[in-house]
Design a protein around this ligand. Structure first.
Ligand code: AMP
Length: 387
């Protein structure tokens, strides 16, 4: 993401560096007021769901999911995908991109059960989330899927792969392992989705992703989604896609609905300040970000000692622990979830009231990503940054 120039200090009187790095920011970055009215992005969809001529059962599932109109990315992507084109979508989580690639896929599989699709996501949580959406949207359509992610044993995944699922959803490392052990044959997949390509590259999966691409059949429909499109991603997409339809959805929502402010610690222990905040009215569903796994672990223990119900997600937690923590937070059994940047990527959690940057993020992009976990779906939210 390019940083608008007005975010920079002209003459930094007190340099504020993200993660001790080169970028300097005016405090104004963290102290922007939400618009008084929730921002409505006026977008007139060209299509209704009924225009896509989906089967009745799929239309029913869409209605049961509560989707009334296609989101902009769905509106623009679905017709191209139904006609067989490759698509590159520039869109964030929150745009409805999962539905954009799943709906045409489900329709196609319902007409031809031999179609197999591979969906590659950067994080385990996102893979699980895509699978959840797949299950809801394919209810009663007799289709099956398997999630192939690291951090959990391969046994169950191998068994599920033997059942010849229509859709395989996974993270790059585990998919590569399964392929190298000849437990999955990518040559059989005719629809391939690379989701959140920018995150995959950020997380160092470029070699694995290139490996997966090299094993795919030539004759395929390819879809690539990314929130940003710098040169390296453009080049990867160029190799992966053939004559793609480009769909770009500007991300003007979210950030504008977020009240952003700083909390000056003035030398007081941050845990004490967080403690006070968590007792305040309105702090109902709070996502707290730290930078290191150890820092998050320490804070988790500290908050538990102080009597708060919290859980944490980061790279050293087992996949089971991560998923349980996430589910408890999503289902409002936990009021506070602690997370590192990597573990939280792409998460779609409803009704987060506050995002607290207990420690500064590495970059402005991470900052925007963190605070974007609140104020979703047109709601407002608050982001507080400890400095
Ligand atoms: P995504 O960008 O795929 O992570 O989706 C973001 C959120 O939007 C998810 O909670 C979806 O369930 C929701 N969503 C997706 N499509 C629609 C739609 N057409 N109408 C309303 N909500 C939707």
């Amino acid at each position: 993401m390019s940083i608008p120039s007005y975010y920079h200090f002209k003459k930094p009187t007190r340099p504020m560096a993200f993660g001790g790095k080169k970028e300097y920011y005016n405090l104004e970055v963290f102290t922007r007021k939400a618009q008084t009215k929730p921002v409505q992005v006026i977008y007139k969809a060209k299509n209704n769901f009924s225009d896509f001529n989906f089967s009745d059962i799929l239309n029913r599932n869409i209605a049961n999911r509560g989707y009334i109109y296609p989101t902009p990315i769905q509106d623009q992507t679905i017709p191209a995908l139904l006609s067989g084109r490759d698509v590159v979508g520039i869109a964030n989580t929150g745009s409805g991109k999962t539905g954009a690639f799943l709906l045409p896929l489900l329709e196609k599989i319902s007409h031809n059960r031999n179609i197999k699709a591979l969906i590659v996501a950067p994080t385990r949580e996102l893979a699980v989330q895509i699978n959840d959406e797949f299950r809801l949207l394919s209810r009663g359509m007799a289709m099956n899927s398997v999630v192939c992610i690291g951090g959990v044993s391969m046994g169950g995944q191998i068994q599920d792969l033997r059942r010849n699922p229509n859709v395989v959803i996974g993270t790059p490392g585990r998919l590569k392992d399964l392929e190298q052990q000849r437990l999955i044959n990518f040559g059989k997949f005719s629809v391939i989705v690379l989701d959140e390509v920018d995150r995959m590259l950020d997380m160092g999966f470029i070699i694995d992703v290139r490996y997966l691409i090299s094993k795919l059949p030539q004759d395929r429909q390819s879809l690539g989604f990314s929130a940003t499109m710098p040169a390296n991603i453009r080049s990867l997409m160029g190799q992966f896609l053939t004559d793609p339809v480009m769909v770009s959805i500007p991300t003007v929502t979210g950030e504008l609905n977020i009240n952003q402010d700083v909390i000056r610690t003035n030398g007081r222990p941050k845990a004490d300040i967080l403690h006070e905040l968590l007792l305040k009215e309105g702090f109902e569903k709070v996502l707290v970000f730290g930078r290191t796994k150890h820092g998050i672990d320490r804070l988790e223990k500290d908050l538990i000692k102080r009597g708060f119900k919290v859980a944490a997600i980061h790279g050293n937690k087992s996949q089971g622990q991560r998923q349980r923590a996430l589910n408890a937070f999503k289902n409002n059994q936990l009021k506070v979830l602690l997370a590192t940047d990597i573990a939280s990527r792409g998460l779609d959690i409803d009704d987060v009231t506050h995002v607290i940057n207990y420690e500064l993020p590495e970059s402005y992009e991470d900052y925007v990503h963190r605070i974007g976990r609140t104020a979703r779906a047109g709601k407002s939210g608050t982001a507080l940054t400890f400095i």
